[in-house]
Design a protein around this ligand. Structure first.
Ligand code: SAH
Length: 213
């Protein structure tokens, strides 16, 4: 008799490791195994926590699809010594995946209730390497800059300049940009004061809200 895998393990095998997905970074896979995705999902969606799609959280926001979380984490090439800025804490799930891998995570969320809920949950789960801020992430976190990587989980129409300015040498910014109907995930790498742009894949994120508009 073979035991069927848990929903969490099935998510890893089918959505991340399968040939057409190809997540390969061991630290990312270990983090996705270790962080319990179901506790970041509202009660009514718990049964669907490990399915291959984003899910609603509250305030019209979403928790990203597991593959996208793994893909974006891999795209910054995270190292255990890194300090990473995340824009759009949301449920805190992506924050937790990053915090498992890197030294310090700085995370900014615009919606006060979500910022509060995520920090409460992440503290309860025992994370001690996360710094929280409630506010407009398009301004970055100048006092804590420069960052080895910046990962953005809401989509502005254009890349906010402060985020480029807060990237360390060899730093990577992974960010969805575009309009509601058409967004691309981009990676910008800072090398010798040149910003190298790559387009990674089409995506769909909630828009980045902007206080100045
Ligand atoms: N990584 C999150 C994704 C949440 S959705 C998760 O997996 O749960 C994106 C989040 O970005 C939302 O919570 C939204 O409120 C937030 N957001 C939108 N505009 C923002 C801004 N300018 N600054 C900070 N957060 C913002």
């Amino acid at each position: 008799m073979s035991l069927s895998p848990t929903p969490a393990e099935a998510m890893i095998q089918e959505q991340l490791l399968s040939e057409n997905r190809g997540i390969s970074y061991p630290d990312v896979i270990a983090a996705m195994r270790h962080v319990p995705r179901d506790v970041f999902v509202p009660e009514i969606y718990r049964a669907a926590a490990f399915t291959d799609r984003p899910l609603p959280i509250s305030h019209g926001q979403t928790i990203s699809q597991p593959f996208i979380v793994a893909y974006m984490t891999e795209a910054i090439n995270p190292k255990s010594t890194d300090r990473v800025l995340e824009i759009g804490t949301g449920s805190g799930y992506q924050t937790a995946i990053l915090a498992e891998i890197v030294k310090e995570v700085f995370t900014i969320e615009m919606v006060p209730a979500l910022a509060k809920q995520a920090s409460t949950l992440l503290n309860k789960l025992g994370f001690t390497n996360i710094h929280y801020r409630q506010g407009d992430g398009s301004l970055g976190w100048p006092e804590a800059a420069p960052f080895d990587a910046i990962l953005v989980t809401c989509a502005p129409t254009n890349i906010p300049t402060p985020l480029l300015e807060q990237l360390d040498q060899h730093g990577k910014l992974v960010i969805p940009t575009g309009t509601d109907n058409s967004q691309q995930l981009k990676r910008i790498t800072h090398t010798d004061d040149v910003f190298h742009h790559e387009t990674l894949l089409p995506v769909r994120f909630v828009p980045m809200k902007n206080l100045r508009r």
